[in-house]
Design a protein around this ligand. Structure first.
Ligand code: SAM
Length: 287
């Protein structure tokens, strides 16, 4: 088999299958074996693990994952690449390729009966943030860990501390649901074709137990969304708009949670948002 992490192989495979790459699907393929190996190392795969990969492309990362994991489920949106993957992954009997849009999948159904499941992917740029929101907002962790390559700016948002420019809804949701870490950045030069941006590999290890029960969690997500919908406004403004029924209760809630309403959402840590959700829930419940 040709070396999948070579730009010559990628060009040849694409020409053989008459494929012109599409920007909207973020089709920039890794052509550096070291980076592929570094991602696999970072993922810490055990031999009993099932790995879910989103966007296998021509299969460079998939092949490396298949050598470590019990099983690899690889979800690819581009039907034209399915034929390529049949060739490039022919020797790996533990790989199942699924032709689907990752944004439309029912993950609990797909992963039923497989455990533990690790998500390892070089995520397509456009789908990365909505996918992370979906996975992490699910009421119970879908994966024992997620190791993914995303645009560097997205990695910085995921791992940002409160107070900074990068800190926002994505930071709060990720840090509420998981322990997050930015491992290393990846230059444009290791992709074919070269993207316009630098990438980075992050890991998210979901907390086994959520801090809030499901009803409270729904409220927590609503509060976070409201707090960051208008970043320059104070919590008093954004929360009064989002929860008109609370009226004077908002001031009481903030006092009980020890939060100054003249602060902005960007100053609050995930745990503070969780406290606020608890007290607002009680007040709404007793109204
Ligand atoms: N894993 C390969 C690699 O590292 O070289 C390819 C990664 S490339 C950045 C992203 C891949 O995701 C492409 O193969 C693209 O067709 C696929 N893709 C884009 N949007 C998708 C979606 N919504 N669902 C599933 N696959 C998607």
């Amino acid at each position: 088999m040709e070396k999948l992490t070579s730009p010559v192989t990628v060009s040849r495979l694409l020409a053989r299958h008459q494929i012109r790459l599409k920007k909207k699907w973020g089709q920039n393929f890794l052509v550096d074996e070291n980076i592929v190996n570094k991602i696999v190392e970072t993922a810490g795969i055990d031999e009993g693990d099932t790995v879910l990969e989103i966007g296998p492309g021509i299969g460079a990362l998939t092949a490396a994952l298949a050598q470590r994991a019990k099983k690899v489920l690889a979800v690819e949106i581009d039907g034209r690449l399915i034929g390529v993957l049949k060739d490039t992954l022919a020797e790996y009997v533990n790989v199942e390729v699924i032709n689907a849009d990752a944004l439309d999948l029912e993950y609990r159904e797909l992963l039923a009966g497989s455990s533990p499941v690790r998500l390892v992917a070089n995520l397509p740029y456009n789908a990365a943030t909505p996918l992370l929101y979906r996975w992490l907002k699910d009421k119970e962790p879908l994966f024992c860990a997620l190791v993914c390559m995303v645009q560097k700016e997205v990695a910085q948002r995921i791992t940002a501390a409160p107070g900074g420019r990068d800190y926002g809804g994505l930071s709060v949701v990720c840090q509420y649901a998981a322990r997050v870490r930015l491992h290393f950045t990846v230059p444009r030069t290791v992709f074919f074709p070269r993207p316009e941006v630098t990438s980075a590999v992050v890991s998210l290890v979901p907390h086994p137990q959520r801090r809030l029960e499901p009803a409270l969690e729904t409220l927590f997500f609503k509060i976070v969304e409201a707090a960051f919908s208008q970043r320059r406004k104070t919590l008093k403004n954004t929360l009064e708009n989002a929860f008109p029924n609370l009226k004077g209760g908002l001031v009481r809630a903030a006092q009980a949670a020890g939060i100054d309403l003249s602060r902005r959402g960007e100053a609050l840590a995930a745990a503070e948002f969780a406290n606020l959700a608890r007290v607002i829930y009680n007040i709404l419940d007793s109204n």
